[in-house]
Design a protein. Structure first.
Length: 199
């Protein structure tokens, strides 16, 4: 059964709710209360719940395209002739997107997965990130013990710096990323990811 299109005024209300939620979540993160969204949009709670009865549906409507954009960045990075350049370029571009959108950063760092479409997008990003690591290890640009789990750890660490310094020093994440990637490139790790122990 085809879903009936919304009346013009109802569609305007829906778009206003989406724009308001996008702005508030970009600033404050995924857990912005529905009450705050409705109030800022000049709408009633009933209208918001009718349009988006499940918060995951709202997150999907707001961020599916953003996640798709990160997938496209990872795909482009995998085509780089130089694996290390592709990896670092991808991380920088991804964090630039997250810097302007706190909710996106939370989503990509696993705070919520949203609906199946978002979960699939995040899984695809993880798959491509693993390829970036494998290419760099294969080219001798990363130690053999480095895995995609280590890249995820870098993402979590730099994301924490970004969130903590967002107001006072919004570009601090760039230095944190440079330090983390340098550490990754020179890490002395076993294949299982544990640090090597001296005799």
């Amino acid at each position: 059964m085809t879903e009936r299109p919304l009346r013009r005024d109802a569609e305007r209300n829906r778009q206003r709710l989406l724009e308001t939620a996008r702005e508030l979540m970009a600033r404050d993160g995924l857990r912005v209360p529905y009450e705050e969204i409705a109030r800022a949009a000049g709408s009633g709670m009933g209208t918001l719940y009718r349009r988006f009865p499940d918060r995951q549906d709202l997150v999907d409507a707001l961020f599916a395209e953003h996640v798709d954009a990160v997938v496209a960045l990872a795909q482009q990075a995998c085509r780089s002739d130089d694996p290390w350049s592709g990896l670092t370029w991808f991380m920088e571009r991804q964090f630039e997107l997250e810097a302007g959108n706190r909710a996106l950063g939370e989503l990509l760092r696993g705070d919520q997965r949203g609906t199946a479409r978002l979960a699939q997008g995040c899984a695809r990003i993880a798959e491509l990130a693993a390829q970036l690591i494998e290419r760099a290890v294969g080219a001798g640009q990363l130690p053999p013990g480095v895995t995609s789990d280590d890249l995820e750890a870098v993402h979590l660490m730099v994301g924490a710096v970004m969130d903590a310094s967002r107001q006072q020093d919004p570009d601090r994440w760039r230095r944190a990323l440079a330090v983390a990637l340098a550490g990754l490139r020179h890490a002395d790790l076993q294949p299982d990811g544990e640090p090597m122990r001296s005799a």
